[in-house]
Design a protein around this ligand. Sequence first.
Ligand SMILES: [Zn+2]
Ligand SMILES: [Zn+2]
Length: 299
Amino acid sequence: MVCEICGRRPAYNLYPRGKVLCDEHFAGFVESEVKTTIDNYSMFTHHDRVMVAVSGGKDSVVLLKVLKNLGYKVIAFHIDLGVEEISERSKEVFFGVVEREKVPYKILDLRDFFNCGIKELSKIVKRPTCSICGTIRRYLMDRYSDSSVVATGHNLDDEVAFLFLNLLNWSLEYIVRQSPVLREEHGFSRKVKPLSFVYEYETKLYASINGLEHVVGECPFSKGATTLLIKKSLNEIEKSNPDFKLRFLRSFMKIKEKIGGSSDSRVSLQPCVKCGYPTTSGICLFCRFREKALSYSIS
Ligand SMILES: [Zn+2]
Ligand SMILES: [Zn+2]
């Protein structure tokens, strides 16, 4: 099989896209898809400085590389979760990529806020690691990003799985808010997901073609059984309906526009009395976690 563009080099069959492309033309294709998403959803322009959340996993590393190649001004942002083996490896990958790509960066350590890592914190506040991790990441990205735009590496498979999960639970509040872009409001920074229309297998391929080092494997704390099951089922559907995920997310966005689904539906937020972060209850979750963790480490 040879590339349909250059007709010379050996190529991959990207069946859901109906394309056959070589390494170079595949990489160019992914980059142009991302550019289209950025422009279609007015995520940011070449004048903006974009904070890219880089965990060290393949998607975040790919996102940084793609945005850099497209000529955007990026800053890499990493949160050290303080989990022995994993965090060290993630940091190693992070430093490797920012050095190679020559991008400015910012790194925060959870232990500076809680005196402990995410595992211990989860025990102290008696909540699942994955859920507090999400809360903390969002908080730190909002409070400590040096930019009004924060980009994360969620890919098409993540977005469709998330949408399905919310449909299964009829979590209307999340369904109407789901979008590749969440505008800045009430003191939250703008959140964008430029890889929303890029398949997971495509980010994997892009990483391997570009020799991008990354942390392999799922986060040990994440992915409840339900999310994994949904991803597996969606892969089954996709097998007999190539491009199902793409069509599903695109159609959802069109329907949302028609029925006027708004991304601005946060209810009555007030500033946290401790830190000023927007919250629905007097003291925000982050500050409550922090209080508990600090009093725990004193006692
Ligand atoms: Zn080619
Ligand atoms: Zn607070």
